[in-house]
Write a protein that binds this ligand. Structure first.
Ligand SMILES: O=C(CO)COP(=O)(O)O
Length: 277
């Protein structure tokens, strides 16, 4: 494998995509490939993205590929799309943590973003799931190692039906607000992903999503600060695709998306081009 220096050679330098306290919030569109694709298939997907046309100047795009395909993505993917991971360990450095990938290693190889607290990891898919406190600690470690974080939160179907959506989101945000300082928030985006909408084809209506995004922003205003609330980007995730992106992205508190299934296809670019201009 080529050296890290080679992998990073054509990647954008610096962190152009952090939250800005001045001016409008930039849109943030993340792709989450989850555990999909053999090597050649994912090379082909990247080739498709490389030829998929321009990215509007008010959008930051990041693609979170499986760990094992990160070096390939760093080498081959167009340099106006950042490369991220879908999780990282809670270890702060090297050590005896079999199977773990540390934030320091992700940063070293050239990743700029990581998703933390995705509902699939909180749930655990048959293994121990990740509790709220652990997600917050992992976020803090990732930030300390120089990564930006898409911190995922969201309620389950029965919680929405019981009217406890915001209670659930607040419970997921509380340990985060307790552990982060004000500067940390410049490198955090909140990904609101209602669990019932993930991979189901059921999307929250734009109004429903907007209401929850506004509630989340208001929570940040009350529990962190008004400046952070104004600057923090809140992405929507859950069956978002080209066909519904425009209506979601024009909502005032929806600052982007975190896209699963549609990010495996060229339709990801319809989402990117769906941001208001
Ligand atoms: O989980 C998601 C992104 O993290 C959303 O997945 P889908 O877009 O496939 O519903």
């Amino acid at each position: 494998m080529s050296s890290t220096a080679t992998l990073q050679a054509n990647r954008p330098k610096g962190s152009s995509s952090e939250n800005s306290v001045e001016g409008p919030r930039r849109y943030l569109i993340g792709g989450n490939w989850k555990c999909n694709g053999l090597y050649d298939e994912n090379v082909e997907r990247i080739n498709v993205f490389n030829g998929a046309g321009a990215i509007p100047s008010n959008v930051d795009v990041v693609l979170c590929v499986p760990y094992i395909h990160i070096p390939m993505a760093l080498s081959l993917l167009r340099d106006d799309i950042e490369v991220g991971a879908q999780d990282c360990g809670n270890n702060t450095g090297d050590g005896a943590f079999t199977g773990q990938v540390g934030a320091h290693q992700l940063k070293d190889i050239g990743c700029t973003w990581v998703i933390i607290g995705h509902s699939e990891r909180r749930e655990g898919f048959g293994m121990a799931g990740e509790p709220e406190q652990l997600c917050a600690e992992k976020c803090k470690i990732a930030l300390e190692k120089g990564l930006k974080v898409m911190f995922a939160i969201g309620e389950k179907k029965e919680e929405r039906e019981a009217g406890t959506t915001m209670e659930v989101c607040a419970k997921q945000l509380e340990p985060l607000a307790a552990i982060l300082n004000e500067e940390d928030w410049a490198n955090v985006a909140i990904a609101y992903e209602p669990v019932w909408a993930i991979g189901t084809g059921l999307t929250a209506t734009p109004e429903m999503a907007q209401d929850t995004h506004a509630d989340i922003r208001n929570w940040v205003k009350e529990h962190v600060s008004e400046a952070v609330a104004n600057a923090v980007r809140i992405q929507y995730g859950g069956s978002m695709k080209g066909a519904n992106a425009v209506d979601l992205l024009k909502q005032p508190d929806i600052d982007g998306g975190l896209i699963g299934g549609a990010s495996l296809q060229e339709d990801f670019f319809n989402v990117i081009r769906g941001v208001p201009q």
